[in-house]
Write a new protein. Sequence first.
Length: 301
Amino acid sequence: MSDPMNMNKLYQPDNVAAGPYIRDPVPCQQVAESKKLILAAAEWAQPGSALILGAGHCAELPLKELAARFENITLNDIDNAVLDEGLSAAGLTDEERAKLTIHIADLTGVTESLISRIEDILSADRDPQAVIEAMAHLLDTALVPGMPITGKYDLVIASCVLSQLHFGLLHRARLAFDRQFPGKDELLADSVRWTSALFEMARRMEQRFIDNLADHVAPGGFIYLSDSTQICEVKGTPEGKWETAGTQRMLRTRYITDYLDQRFVSVGRERWDWVVTPPLQPGDIGRVYDVQGVVLRTWRT
Ligand SMILES: C[S@@+](CC[C@H](N)C(=O)[O-])C[C@H]1O[C@@H](n2cnc3c(N)ncnc32)[C@H](O)[C@@H]1O
């Protein structure tokens, strides 16, 4: 995940009272739990085609087992280099590799055009506040076309990509702003107008993504959907505990199931901790994500 604590102006604090809170250390379950639930979904699905969205480093994906089960697998990510690394690390045989189709694409379908229009706005005005207003207005009015992907798949896997869809827009807009107004990128990051527009855009990207999941799953097919719904920065204490100021929501609500509706039937659900850089010494800083995974089935029609 890229730089999550820098994004916390977009995240909503979830604690009623301010911290600090003390937590017991927990082990990282991300890879084991993700693979377990994906494999369950793979066994339930017909062994025809699978689509993996935001496959990235493929660390959470049982790629070899999926290649053994499915006739063909389409892997998507916006980042070619990351996916290349992930595939190299997966240690696939030539036969397994031959089943894969790589599809590099932005699943929102809108980031590139928004960035290009933001660059136009930036080059047309020298007043940073006027630029921020125009950028926010652009987001307010932009439609989200969604995935440039065709076809229907027996299994669609979306492991920890839902919460990331707007990251490209966020980071690239900030870089473009900083290029035009060097040293003033905090003006954008601190702008309530911009942050609110981005927050709403992120929610629209997520909703479109959920609609696209339904569009691309075959009748009676399965979906594996997981994400880090909350993030918590933790610091090691001399007593061996973890101290935190509290948790922040990364999605619209703290439950991934709030994204689901009558199009989906939930047939499996788990919740686990994803610990990134666990604090090993007092004062070390780490992050814990609350990850929720669901296996969904669509109705046969
Ligand atoms: C947290 S990682 C998921 C990790 C991956 N599923 C794994 O098993 O290691 C999120 C991935 O989503 C990709 N991503 C983020 N926004 C995207 C977008 N708009 N379109 C396609 N992929 C995107 C990122 O490049 C990254 O590889």
